[in-house]
Design a protein around this ligand. Structure first.
Ligand code: AMP
Length: 191
């Protein structure tokens, strides 16, 4: 049973590398960003609640996000463990995840963080905007998302560091290079 969180600022490559890491660990990816986007596309009540936050580059409120994740992690496929992509992102979410894991008799095995410098991130996200047409990939919103990450999520990196769970991965360079680094981390987590 393996439970891992994948962290990193927007544009660091979480979505690109999550499947590889999860595949190596034999667990499903649970991406909160993907779930929110799917809910927005389907026009559900959750999607309508989330849309304004996504478009503005703000975090969806903790109580909404936590409830959605708790539901998702109760599904059968999450029984062998999971790789959380983009959750937790706030200290409140980290506390909810700790409690959820404790209630299930589990522990968090690792927190993997992808590191990429800020201007590189802006460049990557503007490039992605041209290809994917995401509503939150305009320059203003990109800068806001990076600021929200710095304010609300970077403290979690320190928290997991203090707990000795942190695996920092250099996210610069081409995709193949980062893949190699991710594979090395997968081996370190689950030898
Ligand atoms: P992502 O695809 O992970 O960059 O997420 C896209 C957007 O979804 C974020 O900018 C937030 O608006 C929302 N979101 C994703 N995960 C979370 C989370 N853990 N807490 C709050 N909002 C989130």
């Amino acid at each position: 049973m393996t439970t891992v969180v994948l962290m990193g600022p927007p544009g660091a490559g979480k979505g690109t590398h999550a499947e590889l890491l999860a595949g190596k660990l034999g667990v499903p990816v649970v991406s909160t960003g993907d779930i929110f986007r799917a809910q927005v596309a389907a026009g559900t009540e959750l999607g309508r609640t989330a849309q304004g936050y996504l478009d503005a580059g703000e975090y969806v409120p903790d109580e909404v996000t936590n409830a959605m994740v708790c539901d998702r992690l109760a599904a059968d496929d999450a029984r062998p463990g999971f790789l959380l992509d983009g959750y937790p992102r706030t200290l409140d979410q980290a506390a909810v995840l700790d409690k959820l894991l404790t209630d299930q008799g589990r522990v968090l095995d690792a927190a993997v963080v992808l590191l990429v410098d800020q201007e590189d991130l802006v460049r990557r996200l503007l490039h992605r905007a041209k290809i994917e047409h995401r509503s939150d990939d305009t320059e203003d919103v990109i800068r806001r998302r990076l600021q929200v990450y710095a304010d609300q999520t970077v403290p979690l990196v320190s928290l997991y560091g203090e707990r000795d769970l942190l695996h920092e991965v250099d996210g610069t360079g081409d995709v193949a290079e980062v893949r190699e680094r991710i594979l090395a981390v997968a081996c370190a987590i689950q030898p």
